[in-house]
Design a protein around this ligand. Structure first.
Ligand code: ATP
Ligand code: MG
Length: 807
């Protein structure tokens, strides 16, 4: 990467890091470089807003508009194009044109049109009158549609989006007054009950994120309003609107060939969220066109995870449902002379596409075969006349085009593998390139949102819809969300599972969504996290530690607190009577009465953690040591260690202590956690296992060959799992479990039993715990049925606080 190029990119206002990344981007860098030269910002830096337009131009220009890059860049330089809407309109206008008619260009792109704030306000005023009834009736829930409608006002075509939003906000406030209880979004009853407490906390917490805002700001706010996307034949739009009623329709289209990962959480949030923000609908579509990789458990898990994240698909659909219709359209495509059967091997296709030297592209001998012959051969493919690899159907696109997505993509291949849903009915299967856009079209998708690696596919997506004259959705790309320090690739995770480096796909050390869920991470924390990152076109790489910090903040606000000790030492408080029992009321979260409270016994015998006692005292050590005094959390008075009892080997087995309840005893410096021995209260709760997880890989980028020459498998941290046995927890755990048993719908989501173990970390119950037959005994407490308790540590506490002043 040249430093000159990086400096050049900084001239248009890119931050150094971004400039470096861009310089490495083989697709974008040359175009951006040319645009900057044309606009003349190689010798002087651009104004920030102008620079951003040059960047927008280079990153969104389509192959057919590319010959006019110079013209467009100059139009930005000359302030003829001053907004990103204008730049998009300009790109669209120059596409496929030999010459640019300047007057027409100016008109199409709103050159010189200035829409003042006053004009925006008065247009919004007038528009409000036409929808006032609905506005008054639906109040703030109408915002999405109201705003979308305002942006669609013809006279505001070239107005600033921010000005429109401002006018809409002001108008709503004027008509409706501030938000009140009528504007609280009502959740479904059951969900509301379970989440009421948590939600309330989150609203007031520092981690609060207004998820819906991201759909009305930045890039996403510029998406077209349904009905606004041009079609090859106008009647296609009429039919589309009839089918959808003008609603936003999106879809989340996973390939059911593995479990979802953290990146998919972004895709889910964007697709379901955009629809929700505009009162539209979103389908879950299994893109199941590759019979070789699909398994039932993936289908089930994907739906479960979507629901877990809080989204309900309007419909669950399958690409395979449309195999017949897709096949019929393929025949139509051949008849239009826009597809042909080809017998080239993969290698031959590569050579025809210019080979590794990227030489000139050539048509293969099959490209010009008669339509009738292709029809016959396609029929032969379908009926078993060809083996795999002997024949494919290719779209007849445009070999001259600079975009590889035009080089006669494959539409169908022979695959003699039975399909999960259609069995052995088909032995030809459509490809992603052929299927995706058509199924989007069948489902009347308004916004087909996908990740940036599909940028170049946008043109072929449109090509196919237009070639077949079917309704054409709009494709829009956003940046991928990736996580450093881990591996998300399905193939590589499979390897980790097969080689037993992890228990399974949902091992809490992984970043698949089932794994994250099992580790105890609340779904709202994931959604908020995604919303905080926002939606742009650039890929994001986040460090695992950043995600952990976010989860920790979220749990800090929402998780009840319990006391527990991992390495128990018995403490006998000699001056309390044998049968001493004092029930203490403890807040579920200190200083937060809204989280409720529970009670625990305090008795003559308690357990403290081994790490809170030292035989050799030290002046910097403020916990328990011979002769030293320490506070017990939530207990009125402190204790002083009077004697240490050891076994023959010299190991400390018990401490004798004195309860300091004399008036005026001074407040101790430190408080430690403890649990009481009290069989009649089922105290303490004895845990079978606590699983502590650490990084699965030693290096930041385990897949980087330079960083880890031996490959990611060699980088697995053998100590990434440690299991603690014999830990004790206070009986508040039963309250948490019983509350969960009452509210959980499925009674299988053990990970929803979440809490903080004071001074240790955040934990949840693992699915391998055995809670016994509690489902059959709805009136019993889990303490009476439980057989085995296993906890997972979700995240540790960041600071090992000494808990000063906590009691
Ligand atoms: P992978 O290759 O990582 O397994 P994929 O792209 O094959 O993922 P799909 O099941 O095809 O996974 O993805 C379904 C949807 O999720 C697609 O729209 C895809 O663009 C999106 N998606 C996949 N990975 C990410 C990611 N890391 N960040 C954001 N969106 C993603
Ligand atoms: Mg994929």
């Amino acid at each position: 990467m040249s430093e000159q190029l990086v400096a050049l990119f900084q001239n248009i206002g890119l931050a150094e890091q971004k400039a470096k990344e861009t310089a490495k981007n083989k697709n974008l860098a040359p175009t951006l470089e040319k645009a900057i030269h044309s606009a003349g910002y190689d010798s002087k830096p651009a104004e920030k807003s102008t620079g951003a337009l040059v960047y927008a131009l280079a990153s969104t220009i389509t192959p057919t508009a590319l010959p006019h890059l110079d013209y467009l860049a100059k139009a930005i330089r000359d302030s003829r194009l001053t907004t990103s809407d204008q730049v998009s309109a300009a790109i669209k206008f120059v596409q496929d044109k030999k010459e640019i008619d300047e007057a027409k260009f100016n008109e199409e792109c709103g050159v010189g049109v200035v829409v003042t704030k006053e004009e925006v306000n008065s247009a919004v005023d007038a528009y409000t009158e036409t929808v006032k009834d609905r506005l008054v009736k639906d109040r703030y829930k109408f915002f999405g549609l109201f705003f979308a409608g305002a942006k669609n006002i013809p006279s505001l075509k070239w107005a600033n989006g921010g000005d429109i939003k401002e006018a809409v906000d002001a108008k709503m406030l004027a008509v409706l007054g501030p938000k009140d209880e009528r504007d609280v979004v009502v959740k479904k009853k059951k969900e509301a009950k379970v989440e009421a407490k948590e939600e309330k906390k989150v609203e007031t917490s520092a981690t609060e994120v207004k998820v819906a805002d991201m759909f009305f700001e930045g890039e996403l706010s510029k998406l077209h309003v349904p009905g606004g996307n041009p079609q090859i034949k106008p009647e296609l739009m009429v039919e589309h609107l009839k089918a959808t009623g003008g609603k936003y329709v999106t879809r989340f289209p996973p390939e059911p060939n593995g479990f979802l990962h953290i990146g998919h959480a972004k895709a889910i949030n964007i697709n379901f969220g955009l629809a929700r923000a505009h009162n539209g609908i979103c389908n879950l579509r299994y893109d199941d066109t590759n019979p070789e990789a699909e398994e039932e458990r993936y289908f089930t898990s994907i739906l479960e995870i979507v629901k877990w994240l809080g989204f309900t698909p309007s419909e669950v659909t399958y690409s395979s449902t449309h195999f017949q219709r897709l096949y019929e359209l393929a025949i139509e495509l051949i008849k239009k002379d826009k597809a042909y059967v080809c017998h080239c091997t993969g290698e031959q296709i590569q050579m025809h596409r210019g080979g590794p030297e990227r030489g000139p592209r050539t048509a293969c001998e099959h490209r010009d075969r008669p339509i009738s012959e292709s029809l016959e051969l396609f029929e032969k493919m379908k009926s078993g006349g060809f083996e795999e690899g002997q024949a494919i159907l290719r779209m007849k696109m445009d070999l001259e085009n600079g975009n590889p997505q035009f080089w006669d993509l494959v539409a169908y291949r022979v695959l003699k593998t039975p399909h999960h849903r259609t069995g052995s009915e088909w032995i030809i299967y459509p490809t992603y390139d052929y299927t995706h856009c058509l199924v989007d079209s069948f489902e009347n998708i308004t916004h087909s949102l996908c990740t940036v690696e599909f940028m170049q596919s946008r043109a072929s997506y449109y090509w196919l819809c237009d070639a077949l004259e079917v309704y054409k959705p709009v494709q829009w790309e956003y940046g991928r969300l990736n996580v450093a320090n881990t591996i998300l690739s399905k193939r590589k995770i499979a390897e980790l599972v097969n080689k037993k480096h992890v228990f399974d796909w949902d091992d809490p050390r992984l970043y698949t969504l089932p794994a994250i869920r099992r580790r105890g991470v609340p779904p709202q924390a994931i959604n908020n996290f995604v919303a905080t990152l926002g939606v742009t076109k650039s890929d994001t790489v986040i460090e695992v530690s950043k995600l952990d910090a976010f989860i920790r903040d979220y749990l800090n606000e929402t998780a009840p607190r319990l006391m527990g000790v991992f390495n128990p030492i018995k403490v006998t408080i000699e001056n309390l009577p044998e049968d001493h029992v004092e029930m203490l009321t403890v807040q579920n979260k200190p200083r937060d009465p809204s989280m409720g409270e529970h009670s625990i016994p305090f008795t003559r015998q308690v357990w403290i953690d081994g790490s809170d006692f030292r035989e050799q005292d030290d002046k910097d050590f403020f916990r328990l040591a011979p002769g030293k005094t320490v506070g017990l959390l939530n207990v009125p008075c402190p204790i002083t260690c009077t004697k240490v009892i050891k076994d023959e080997s010299g190991k400390v087995v018990e401490l004798i202590a004195r309860y300091e309840d004399a008036a005026g005893f001074k407040k101790p410096k430190t408080y430690i956690q403890w649990v009481a021995e009290s069989p009649k209260h089922n105290s303490p709760v004895r845990l079978d296992e606590v699983r502590l997880f650490d990084r699965l890989f030693h290096h930041a980028n385990p897949q980087d060959k330079k960083e880890v020459p031996g490959g990611y498998l060699s980088d697995v941290n053998a100590d990434s799992l440690s299991i603690e046995k014999g830990a004790l927890v206070e009986i508040g755990l039963w309250d948490i479990m019983d509350r969960w048993a009452k509210s959980s719908e499925t009674k299988t989501d053990y990970e929803a039993m979440r809490f903080q173990l004071t001074r240790i970390g955040y934990f949840c119950v693992d699915k391998e715990a055995d809670l016994g037959d509690f489902k059959e005994k709805p009136n019993a407490s889990i303490k009476d049925t439980v057989k085995k308790i296993i906890l997972n540590r979700t995240v540790s506490l960041q600071v090992n606080s000494s808990l000063k002043n906590q009691a």
